[in-house]
Structures are given as structure tokens and as C-alpha cells.
Design a binder for this molecule. Sequence first.
Ligand code: FES
Ligand code: FES
Length: 170
Amino acid sequence: MKKCHITFQLNGMTTEVLVNPNQTLVRMLREDLGLTGTKYGCGEGDCGSCTVLFDGEPVNSCLVLAAQVDGHRVTTIEGVADGDKLHPLQTSFIEKGAIQCGFCTPGMILSAKALLEKQPDPSELEVRTAISGNLCRCTGYQKIVEAIMATGKSACGCSTTDEKKCCGED
Ligand code: FES
Ligand code: FES
């Protein structure tokens, strides 16, 4: 099978890969690029464990062909921290005890990141809706929701929820 040469931004780095035309994005990330933070669960778009950001939007990478990301931006869980500095969401997940297993957490964090970039102070309903495609089959969602909401309020480092006064701006 003739391979496709693709070039895309992966976690902020220009990346070139040769892929089979029928290869899925999750397989390319895990098997060709060694980014195993993206988990493979159902393979059918049901569980959300393979969630990555595609041009900033959460997608199930088991349903996206690797060739489709040519010319686009992909963010995986490996690209969420800033070097050794964890993203506020990651810190909040740790502090709130929301890291329950390594299987669903990467996808939860990426879905939450996409939400907070659009809506920095989301309601509980908005948080629950944003992670509705990320299934947890063990202990439940309460701590995850709390961690995301806490990050939303503290993401910029100030404590106010009043947008106009946020970060000292009047
Ligand atoms: S592995 Fe992609 S949604 Fe389950
Ligand atoms: S599946 Fe990860 S905590 Fe439930």
C-alpha cells in the first residue's frame, strides 16, 4: 500500500510522518510516534479514551484517519504541560483527587482544556456536557467535575469570577 507523507503541528512541533491511507490517528500517535498517553479503548468512538485536540477541538482519534491531520494542529496529553510545569488542569486533577485511572484521564483533561479555552468559568452543566463523551466506568465523575470547575475559576491565577475585574482589569 502506498504511504502518504503528512506534515502537521503536533504539540507545537512541526512533525512529518509516512502513514498508511487507512491508518487511524490513534494508531499513528501510539505506534509510530510513541505517544502512548492517548489511550485506545473501544476503537468505535464510544469511550473517549483516545481524545485529542484537532485544531483545538476534541475528537476521538480512533475515528480520524492519520492522513486527515495533514496541515492541521494536533494536541495530545503529552503537549498539555509546559515542560516540567503542569497545566493548571493537571494540577487541579491531582489536588482534587480526580486522577482515578490513567485510561480516561488524558481524554478528560483534553476535553476540559478545549472547554476552558472557550469558556473560562463554566457552569457544572457545561463541564458535564463537555466531558460527556469521556466515559469513566469506575468511580464516577464528581471529583473530575470539581477539578475542572476549580481550574476554571483559578486558571488566570486570580480569585475573582467577575470577568471585568479579572487579573486587575477594570
Ligand atoms: S478508543 Fe476512541 S472512542 Fe474509544
Ligand atoms: S475509567 Fe478512568 S477512572 Fe474510571
